[in-house]
Design a protein around this ligand. Structure first.
Ligand SMILES: CC(C)(COP(=O)(O)OP(=O)(O)OC[C@H]1O[C@@H](n2cnc3c(N)ncnc32)[C@H](O)[C@@H]1OP(=O)(O)O)[C@@H](O)C(=O)NCCC(=O)NCCS
Length: 192
């Protein structure tokens, strides 16, 4: 194969990749009126945004959603991802109320954030048939969630916190807390 045909092939592959990226972005973001996105948003090939009628999602500039990252905003809910937020591989966010994640926050691979639970008090109704209950939940700016960690309904993870790998956060914390374990406990504070 000559040099020219190699260059032509590389160009064609690049062109197809770019066309794929543009098509994916158009289908998932640009053509969904419920999603407002700034510039330089990167949606990797297997990332999925589920924003049905009645839900809304605002994405700041430079946000990255990596492969197999899933964002689900339920009808009536609202999610804001501030500038330079990133969601790692297999990360998942499910929103039932309103969540605004601060800028430069990083959710690592296999992390999970949600603000909703199924109700399960009446024992004569299957849990799956009971309504969802939303608890205010928040994540500030410049937070790092290590691999496999979770932030559950009612948790407050303010600016500058670090959530250790595998931690499960259920309570309110102070800015700069390093939170580890299950349930998550503060092991030190970055600002003290
Ligand atoms: C939390 C972390 C950042 C270390 O922070 P640190 O402030 O330097 O904490 P230390 O290593 O001094 O540990 C402080 C205490 O927390 C415990 N701890 C640290 N990480 C922990 C974890 N993931 N789970 C449970 N306990 C943990 C330590 O054992 C130590 O306990 P001790 O005081 O009883 O000995 C690190 O352990 C971690 O979890 N990193 C995530 C790595 C990751 O997910 N990388 C993927 C890239 S996105």
């Amino acid at each position: 194969m000559g040099v020219l045909s190699l260059v032509a092939k590389a160009w064609r592959v690049g062109l197809l990749r770019t066309a794929g990226m543009v098509a994916r972005y158009a289908v998932q973001v640009a053509l969904n009126p419920r999603i407002q996105a700034a510039s330089f948003v990167q949606l990797q090939p297997r990332a999925r945004l589920v924003v049905p009628k009645g839900a809304s999602l605002r994405i700041g500039k430079g946000v990255v959603i990596k492969n197999d990252g899933v964002i689900l905003v339920n009808p009536g809910a609202r999610l804001t991802l501030d500038d330079h937020f990133s969601l790692g591989h297999h990360g998942e966010i499910t929103v039932g109320g309103t969540i605004a994640i601060g800028d430069y926050t990083t959710m690592g691979p296999c992390t999970y954030l949600t603000d909703c639970n199924h109700r399960f008090e009446p024992t004569n109704v299957p849990i799956i048939c009971q309504p969802m209950e939303v608890k205010p939940t928040s994540i500030g700016r410049d937070v790092w969630m290590g691999r496999g960690s979770m932030v559950l309904p009612g948790a407050v993870v303010p600016d500058g916190c670090v959530v250790a790998a595998g931690a499960i956060v259920t309570r309110a914390h102070q800015p700069g807390d390093v939170i580890a374990g299950t349930p998550g406990r503060t092991v030190r504070n970055r600002f003290e």
